[in-house]
Write a protein that binds this ligand. Structure first.
Ligand code: PEP
Ligand code: MG
Length: 595
């Protein structure tokens, strides 16, 4: 059986399905037996919770340190508290089953803490909600899947791949990723590419068709999933997998080369990362700098905010790893689909248009200052850190952020703590408003980086993660392309550097256009560094200018994409990916020739 989805991360993965199903935690069908039985079930549940939580705490202590582990040991202590226990037992005495007793008492405490004045106390509320969910899952006998313990060759099948799920993931054990939601630029796709794992997203009803242990082939380049393949098909794909590996090995020749086009013009080719540890891999992959460090991952999968020291150490690590090379660090881009539970953000009707990213940070200056101080301090030695503001939509936001940055500098000065006095402050252009006032923003910013993933979604008003509007969401839409061109022109006019850090920077069909318009910097996933360098090297200035003129003369996204894909030798339409795969393999000879 072949399931079709969105090709999100190239590569072929063969393995066995591990389905991640969300626990429903619905106990409405649980019948109350008798007081003694329910009390015994409650006690066993709590004992099991403590056992599992101690084991998790030990793992976290080893990986992240004592402080992070304390959050879990705190949960064990709370459940061991005689008063809390007696409240649960009282509920059982009153006729509640073990699940209802645990639920009502935990929910009551979570509500109490959520209203506390003190920020730390409020954060306890998220801890208790987490504790409630895990205790209920144990009482209901729901399996808790530990993603750090998956067997080698696992194909992860989930409704969605959330950033927090990936934190414990051991890449070497995962053959591929398959989800029911998400588009090419959704965070699941970006994460899969960062992990260099093949991924197919938005496979309808994947969790209905696929059972744990089913054999799967995931072709991330073609967006195809083959369920329980026969031996011949397996052999065919194993050969394809080998060919891809050969192709990657051949691209390695580009690792230590400069990024230059055929006319000798130089470009900067940077990598996007999500953690300090990824900087090392980016460097090994041939990246000349970091064009986007998504710092939100540092804030995820924890129970409280990372303090100034934790953040300082992470940013300094990247700065040191990249020694002498530029590191652009984006400040917290929270909200939208990037939830951070302990921040207790209000639910919103339109979270993507809501209180997120720079908007949230400027309204929480104490939280934001911690990050700005950490960034200023981390840049003190190498002086290679640049600060980038996400989701800017007006000039005032840049001014307010700069004001806060100046306050942080003054504080550090008074405290005699070293920091980078001249740290650059740049703006991410990812809203139509920012694109339209790029000339005004350019006067306030040290640099621009165009976030084409969000710029496309907001310009076309088409959700980047929604498969139903996937056909509308296209960076080739003339409106998006005009925006990009105008932003680059505004940056040139103002004399500030401009890059693209959205997924478009690595698309071979867009690269010549961006080159023609004068882009300075391409920031791509680590896996795409070498292929992007090879791609840039194939173009001559005169050819890109001609192509850009032709593409911008067209009036639909489809015709622009067709024109560009044809120019770069990627056939259009449904056949595109299939023959693209064949082309990629046969292009190995071409690359061999160039080397
Ligand atoms: C973008 O929007 O293009 C971008 C790079 O940021 P993110 O994908 O993290 O939203
Ligand atoms: Mg964005």
């Amino acid at each position: 059986m072949i399931l079709q989805g969105i090709a999100a991360s190239d590569g072929i993965g063969l393995g066995r399905a591990v389905c991640v199903r969300e626990a429903s935690l619905d106990y409405s069908n649980v019948r109350y037996s008798d007081k003694e039985t329910e009390k015994a079930r409650l006690q066993e549940g709590i004992a099991e919770f403590s056992r599992r939580t101690s084991a998790m705490a030990a793992q976290i202590r080893e990986r992240l340190g004592e402080k992070e582990a304390e959050i879990l040991t705190g949960q064990i202590a709370m459940l061991a508290d005689p008063y809390m226990r007696s409240q649960m037992e009282e509920a059982v005495e009153g006729g509640s089953c073990a699940e209802a007793a645990a639920d009502s008492v935990c929910t009551m405490y979570a509500g109490m803490f959520a209203c506390a004045e003190d920020e730390l106390m409020r954060q306890r509320s998220a801890d208790i909600r987490d504790m409630r969910g895990r205790l209920l899952a144990i009482l209901l006998g729901e399996m808790e899947l530990d993603l750090s313990q998956l067997a080698p060759g696992s194909v992860l099948v989930a409704r969605d791949l959330t950033p927090s799920m990936t934190v414990g993931l051991k890449k070497e054990n995962i053959a591929a990723i398959l989800t029911e939601t998400g588009g090419r630029t959704s965070h699941a796709a970006i994460l899969a590419r960062a992990l260099e794992l093949p991924a197919v997203l938005s496979v309808p009803k994947a969790l209905e068709f696929i059972k744990d242990g089913d054999g799967l082939i995931v072709d991330g380049g073609m967006g195809e999933v083959i369920l329980n393949p026969d031996e011949r098909t397996r052999d065919e794909y194993l050969k394809g997998q080998e060919a891809l590996l050969t192709q990657r090995a051949l691209l390695a020749a580009y690792r230590d080369r400069p990024t230059v086009d055929a006319s000798g013009k130089r470009y900067r080719l940077y990598a996007n990362i999500g953690s300090a540890a990824e900087a090392e891999a980016a460097l090994r992959a041939g990246a000349e700098g970091i064009g986007l460090f998504r710092t939100e991952f540092l804030f995820m999968n924890r129970a409280s905010l990372p303090d100034e020291t934790v953040q300082y150490e992470a940013y300094r690590e990247v700065s040191h790893t990249m020694k002498g090379r530029e590191v652009i660090i984006r400040t917290l881009d929270v909200g939208g689909d990037k939830a951070i539970e302990y921040l207790n953000m209000e639910p919103e009707e339109n979270p993507f248009l809501g209180h997120r990213a720079i908007r949230y940070c400027l309204d929480c200056p104490e939280l934001y200052k911690v990050q700005l101080r950490a960034l200023l301090r981390a840049g003190a030695e190498e002086k290679n850190i640049r600060i980038m503001l996400p989701l800017v939509s007006c000039v005032e936001e840049v001014r307010s952020a700069r004001k806060l940055l100046e306050i942080c500098k003054a504080e550090l000065e008074a405290e005699r703590i070293p920091y980078d006095k001249d740290i650059a402050l740049g703006v991410m252009i990812e809203t139509p408003a920012a694109a339209l006032i790029a000339d005004l923003l350019a006067r306030e910013a040290g640099f621009f980086s165009i976030g084409t993933n969000d710029l496309t979604q907001y310009t076309i008003a088409a959700d980047r993660g929604n498969a139903m509007v996937e056909k509308l969401y296209s960076v080739f839409h003339p409106a998006v392309l005009r925006s990009i061109r105008n932003v680059i022109a505004a940056a040139k006019e103002a004399g500030i550097p401009v890059g693209v850090c959205g997924e478009a920077a690595a698309d071979p069909a867009l690269i010549p256009l961006l080159m023609a318009w004068g882009l300075d910097e391409f920031s791509v996933s680590t896996a795409s560094v070498l292929s992007s360098r090879a791609c840039i090297g194939r173009w001559h200035e005169s050819e890109t200018a001609k192509l850009a003129q032709e593409a911008l003369g067209l009036s639909t996204a489809a015709s622009v994409e067709r024109c560009l894909r044809t120019a770069v030798g990627q056939p259009e339409g449904g056949e595109f990916r299939r023959s693209h795969r064949r082309q990629e393999i046969s292009r190995i000879e071409g690359i061999q020739g160039e080397i």
